[in-house]
Write a protein that binds this ligand. Sequence first.
Ligand code: AKB
Length: 313
Amino acid sequence: MQKYILIIGACGQIGTELTLALRSKYGNDHVIASDIREGSESLMASGPFEILDATDYDALEEIVAYYEISEVYLMAAMLSATAEKFPMRAWNLNMNSLFNVLNLGKEKKIDKIFWPSSIAVFGPNTPKTDTPQNTIMEPSTVYGISKQSGERWCEYYFNKFNVDVRSIRYPGLISWKTMPGGGTTDYAVEIYHKALAKSAYTCFLKEDTALPMMFMDDAIRATLQIMESAPEAIKVRSSYNLSAMSFTPAQMAKSIQEQLPDFKMKYEPDFRQAIADSWPSSIDDTNAQQDWGWNAEFDLEKTTNEMLVNLSS
Ligand code: AKB
């Protein structure tokens, strides 16, 4: 019998592409998309959709029972920049949605959970380059605190209640199908839109701020890969470091200028600079490579090609 999957937060940057990827793998009717608002045309037209507030346990439980869901991907979250403006709303959304899903796992109403963590779990006292899987964390942002707490709870539910929850610490994600919303790494998507529309972009981070980044195709592949791995292979039950590339805004501008020589970049750092300064500049993902065979495929040059080709068509 084929399983039924629920994506919560299906209309966001990761959720949209994850839903489409899971639908092409498991069949459109087997992947139920949900969010507090409707999403893109391709998402809405390709399979079942439910309006769902991720913090509403009863509504979630009802959908899980109705569709006989066995796997949940919880992609709803408030990201780093917005969370600094609305700390309590971010905490409530990020934590209550996670508890709702973990408790469904504890009650054995679902078999498997994916929950995304982030490089935001690290903080100013973390080693900045090749940040190891296990190291000082001490996040200094609201979002980072919620993600680190979430990681602790995932590991706790696995150890105490045998809940099969799997997680990845995503770096900044670059994609062309859906815009990101409210993150510190969003510049790395906005830049391509502005390069094509106006040949100019004003970056809200300083030119030499290196951050870990990943093209969306790699992120989706990693997500499917960790979820399809045998349970024994998943040795980290908090969240796995995951890496693909690291670059600064200046390096990104240069890679665009190779294809669009007129492109100009200005820098006007705002409050997001302090968030970026507290995060690692590169990540060591040896554990993900060894435990479930992770390997990134997209570097900056390949990413720039994909972004410019797809956005201009
Ligand atoms: C953000 O910038 O908040 C996110 C993240 C790194 O988790 N993209």
